[in-house]
Design a binder for this molecule. Sequence first.
Ligand SMILES: [Zn+2]
Length: 276
Amino acid sequence: MSACQICAGTLSPCQRFAPYPFVECARCGFIFRPDLDDARLAEVYTAGDYESLRGEEYMRALPARLSDARVRLSYVRQWSPGGRLLDIGAAAGAFVYEASSGGFDASGIEPVPGFARVAREHFGVSVTGGTLSEVPLPDSYYQTITLWHVLEHLPDPVRHLRQAADALSDGGILAIEVPNAGSAIAARMGSSWPSLEPEVHVNQFTPASLRATLAAGGLSVVDLHTSTITPYLTPRARFGVRHLAARAKAFAWLGSIQHTHPTGHELLRAVARRMS
Ligand SMILES: [Zn+2]
């Protein structure tokens, strides 16, 4: 087995997500599937099911997607100087729409053609169809670049981060969110953890490996924390029976629940700047 693409550490099979063939780096903790490459994933994304199922789900849950976008935008505003914003992996455009409405000069790129079309037709926002390999980015141009649940899908995360880093202006920020494979729930559920999505989540990040991946991509972290999913829930879901029961269970395990935590919650979020 070859060395870790992030830190050149030694790789071995990742037992806790077996039987899926993930491997794990002994040094930085990066977990990925070496058997899934761009060609194999292109088959998954273009076979139609992914586009139609995820597309339907997205549109059905549109108020929730817009609510997610507003949570993310308020995080971005803590760090961003405003101005030009690029959302990489924009899906059907909810974040680009909210960012535009909030005064950013926002656009996106999205590889699934049907999603990019919905973004343009439903939201009237600028989302270009394609991947970062197909859509070249201007150098030092964007004040903000966002990757919401995207980096875990990309077989070569370092190359994509380098491209994004080059497109950031001086003082610009990159904001990212991925599932946290180092979370208490991932440890407890192993291969049945819902966010594992082993057919499309090629990479599984922990706080340490996300930091190492950003550094390998030429970015230095200015904020990194984990979050519960609660801030993303609609008020109705937040006070629904199912969520309150899950919270009671989590409280029994953890003794307390705060929405943000350095390592333990299910979502992993970071802001980074280009290394000088
Ligand atoms: Zn490594």
